[in-house]
Design a protein around this ligand. Sequence first.
Ligand code: ADP
Ligand code: MG
Length: 292
Amino acid sequence: SIPLGFFGGIGGASKNGILIKGSNYLEALNAVDTVVFDKTGTLTKGVFKVTKVTDHGIIPDMTILEAAAYAESYSNHPISQSILQAYNNAYDKEINKDEIENYEEISGHGISVKVRDRIILAGNAGLMRKEAIAYEEVDAAGTVVHVAVDGKYAGHMVISDEVKDDAANALKSLKTIGIKKLVMLTGDSKAVGTKVGQTLGLDEVHAELLPHQKVEKLEELEKNKSPKGKLVFVGDGINDAPVLARADIGVAMGGLGSDAAIEAADVVLMTDEPAKLVTAIKIARRTRVIVW
Ligand code: ADP
Ligand code: MG
């Protein structure tokens, strides 16, 4: 039989917008010593703005903003929304999706599409290396989206995101309540990862990770923690559902999170506030006192 206290804990959590999918997770939340966060949409707002466009002018009938907008028009990655928004602002129209022939999302890297018989690539430096394109190294504090057409480098955009208003406080509270290690995993560049890590006071940042490398990193962190300690992974589910599923406790941010994330997660935070994790752990600890 399940002690009544657990129901109280789960009910109390749900009143706070925290869905815990079973008493075993409530109990596991008591023993958390490591919290691993995804960056985009989890610690940052995931609301990007195009802040710089460097167009080398090599595409005869398109700007790189237009080329990138074609590439991004079917994606639901937060980056794609910013590029479509910038395109709408500049041209006062939407992309004609009928012109897009092949669309391929390259997880953790970017997008490839075929438009007017040209192959357009939009994504990070890793995508350019993978496709053997001689790209420009850009030292920007924001996320860089490179654009290439038919194997030739066409330019780049800098896209900026901001850390969430409550992220710094939430991380400080986690330390205060005794969480030993706070880690961030990101597919984004080292420059962006380091900046966010310093702003928020994370213990460790691992950047430029592909989705499968996030899983490997998580497994390494699980091996290194104390035997009784539990590891939480918090993500928004875009590119990180496998990590959510693999963690001792997978926590999805419900607001931005995809259905796949909510499915893969053990705990769902109905709002996008990292501070909800602090609340969840506190409720779990209180519940334990009632039970034992
Ligand atoms: P994070 O780990 O920060 O949540 P993701 O794993 O979702 O980031 O993506 C990693 C990186 O891959 C992004 O920072 C970006 O450089 C690139 N990327 C992913 N999706 C896209 C896209 N739709 N357009 C351009 N670049 C993308
Ligand atoms: Mg992500």
